[in-house]
Design a protein around this ligand. Structure first.
Ligand code: FE
Length: 131
């Protein structure tokens, strides 16, 4: 599952819900405490809403109190890439799916051990599959 997925905006709009399109393709952010996964506790794998690549396991999900699904570590094979995001007068590390380009959220250095990282991810970028 390494080949790139390239689609036109029209094709993404066809495949994704309006909320998913806004977050994944237009770099949007869902409002805190509104997404379907911030308070979701089933065991399984969260896949990219755009291309289905496995991104995060429920085993690394934790309650950050932020209102967004939070993970301390991606899946070992997750195609996650980072960019520097200087929007809104902040310098943050944006994370996206390197396979289909979907915006996922941001990663911050204030997470729990063992990584000390907090992957703050939009529910709209994820598609949960139970085990
Ligand atoms: Fe993807």
């Amino acid at each position: 599952m390494n080949e790139k997925v390239e689609k036109s905006d029209a094709e993404w709009q066809e495949q994704l819900s309006p909320e998913q399109f806004y977050v994944c393709r237009q770099h949007g952010t869902e409002r805190a405490f509104t997404g379907k996964y911030w308070d979701h506790h089933e065991k399984g794998v969260y896949r990219c809403a755009g291309c289905g690549a496995p991104l995060f396991s429920s085993a690394t999900k934790y309650d950050s109190g932020s209102g967004w699904p939070s993970f301390y570590q991606p899946e070992p094979t997750a195609p996650i890439a980072e960019t520097v995001d200087r929007s809104y007068g902040m310098v943050r590390t944006e994370v996206h799916c390197d396979r289909c380009g979907a915006h996922l959220g941001h990663v911050f250095p204030d997470g729990p051990q063992p990584t000390g990282l907090r992957y703050c991810i939009n529910s709209a970028s994820l598609d949960f599959k139970d085990q």
